[in-house]
Design a protein around this ligand. Structure first.
Ligand code: HEC
Ligand code: HEC
Length: 476
């Protein structure tokens, strides 16, 4: 009798233990696919707007000196970021010091007449942005964009700075009107919107680009002008900054990188991730705090955090926008989609790969050349409301990643499991024309007929020049 009672008690105890364990560690909720792209109801996506936006995004004539397009700093095969970063001297204005960052090459400073002038920092060289160019293939989901969120969800007509054109969900529009008048990125000093719209009214669209992708070639084959393209998109040929913004933002909203191996994996294709990448994904999800901020399926929470890349006084980040001291040194969490294609990560640009980013996060544990400036990481968020998640504990160190095989597996997952092959290979909708600045380069994936001919011609001319010089020297 006593033995039976003990056995029953034992079973009950075991059951209670199992119940307690399963309560503490319920299986993680199944990951969700990317939600539909939010589109401002006032301005639905149409093919005419998309194609106009694509042409504008890649047209170097959007800059004052016809030298740079939006796409120059946002190359698809570089994840929509800039694969060729350049040094900005940081707040001290001196190159070669600890506060330098890697930004994007903009334009040579020009006065209002379009003549080059010496910039205080860059002289007659091309200016460089003070932060790295981020990817924008997940920006359509974010309420406010730019590293500090200063391109707001509310889009105001830049012509008067007060009429609200989109009440919420217009961050891409708010952003698009920024670079066009920025003297560092695309503009001469004092450039006005009339300068921009009058120019677009008369130039040949994409006159400086070449190797057009099929959708652009089809539209431009009938020698369409910008007024024609604006009329197709908006009903009449008027060119306004608001319409430029709508068209560019519409194009950007169609660039959803949702065919990564991870997307296929969660949709049921169990072979889409290699066993090592699956291990990396599960480790990232279950045993690190990474996904508290880099939340699937977007792999960002679109919030702002200070992860301690530099002393926050060097760039106050979000605080400069909100004026709130709690936002000191905070920057927007970038999506980790396509991060394997980036060579210049974080807002400082000097983090060189996902592996280097992991090394930055574990720098408290190992001596790897990185350090974090925030010892206090208590602002790491928990998971959003919803079913509890295994290991949902912000005290589990970010650093719990240094032992093999987890570090290699996590890096493999980040670098390959989140890469959409259409982005990597620049295939539709991520295809694009070539820029005049690329004329003598052979970018990956370009048909030989398009670029080799120019390159061979150039090399041929160089050889001819060298040979004729030799002959001349020998003769004299
Ligand atoms: C000179 C290089 C350069 C040019 C030209 C340029 N950008 Fe950028 N872009 C940047 C940099 C640098 C940032 C980050 C700036 C910041 O956050 O302070 C950025 C940020 C963005 C973002 C925000 C992404 C996010 O989620 O935060 C978008 C979208 C974007 N650019 C689109 C464009 C468009 C559209 C154009 C043309 C109208 C353009 N860019 C022209 C360098 C450039
Ligand atoms: C507290 C929120 C938070 C946590 C936790 C976090 N990150 Fe980040 N992550 C960010 C923010 C914010 C940035 C951008 C920082 C900046 O530029 O100032 C970032 C940047 C990155 C980048 C660079 C991406 C790019 O496109 O530039 C990578 C890679 C990255 N994190 C991976 C990780 C990994 C791996 C972990 C876990 C070890 C992790 N993050 C944990 C918020 C977080």
């Amino acid at each position: 009798m006593v033995m039976r009672m003990l056995r029953v008690l034992g079973v009950l105890f075991l059951l209670a233990g199992t119940a307690e364990r399963s309560q503490a560690q319920p299986p993680p909720p199944p990951p969700q696919p990317l939600p539909p792209v939010p589109v401002p109801p006032e301005y639905p996506i149409t093919e005419e707007k998309r194609i106009l936006g694509k042409i504008l995004f890649w047209d170097e004539q959007l800059s004052s000196a016809n030298s740079i397009a939006c796409g120059s700093c946002h190359i698809p095969s570089g994840a929509g970021a800039d694969p060729n970063p350049a040094t900005h001297p940081g707040p001290d204005g001196t190159f070669g010091t600890a506060d330098d960052v890697l930004g994007s090459l903009g334009v040579v400073r020009r006065d209002n007449a379009g003549n080059p002038i010496a910039d205080m920092v860059f002289g007659f060289n091309r200016q460089v942005t003070g932060r790295a160019a981020p990817s924008y293939f997940a920006s359509m989901f974010a309420p406010d964009i730019f590293w500090d969120g200063r391109a707001t969800s509310e889009f105001v007509d830049p012509l008067n700075g007060s009429s609200v054109v989109i009440a919420t969900g217009g961050a891409l529009e708010s952003q698009a009107v920024g670079p066009i008048l920025s003297h560092a990125e695309m503009a001469k000093d004092g450039r006005t919107w009339s300068d921009v719209t009058n120019k677009l009214a008369v130039v040949t669209p994409l006159a400086f680009g070449y190797a057009y992708p099929p959708d652009i070639a089809a539209v431009l084959s009938g020698s369409a002008t910008y007024p024609d393209l604006f009329a197709n998109a908006f009903g009449d040929g008027a060119i306004t900054p608001v319409r430029i913004a709508f068209a560019i933002a519409t194009y950007e909203r169609t660039l959803v990188a949702d065919q990564t191996p991870w997307d296929l994996f969660i949709a049921g294709d169990t072979n889409a991730l290699t066993p090592q990448q699956q291990l990396g994904w599960e480790h990232l999800r279950d045993r690190t705090v990474c996904t508290n901020c880099h939340r699937p399926p977007q792999f960002t929470d679109n919030q702002f955090h200070n992860i301690g890349l530099r002393p926050a006084s060097e760039d106050t980040g979000r605080m400069a926008v909100t004026g709130n001291a709690n936002d000191f040194g905070e920057f927007k969490t970038p999506s980790l989609r396509n991060v394997g294609l980036k060579g210049s990560l974080m807002h400082v640009g000097w983090v060189t790969s996902a592996a280097d980013a992991v090394d930055f996060y574990i720098s408290g544990q190992v001596n790897n050349g990185h350090m974090q400036f925030t010892a206090d990481q208590s602002n790491i968020p928990g998971t959003p409301p919803g079913p509890a998640r295994r290991y949902d504990n912000i005290n589990i160190p970010v650093l719990d990643m240094n032992g093999q095989p987890f570090r290699a597996a996590v890096i493999d997952f980040l670098e390959n499991g989140l890469t959409d092959p259409r982005v990597a290979n620049e295939t539709f909708p991520f295809d694009r024309p070539r820029l005049s600045s690329e004329a003598f380069m052979v970018p990956p994936g370009v048909p030989a007929s398009e670029d080799w001919s120019l390159t061979i011609l150039f090399l041929g001319l160089c050889c001819a020049a060298v040979l004729s010089r030799r002959i001349l020297i020998r003769r004299s």
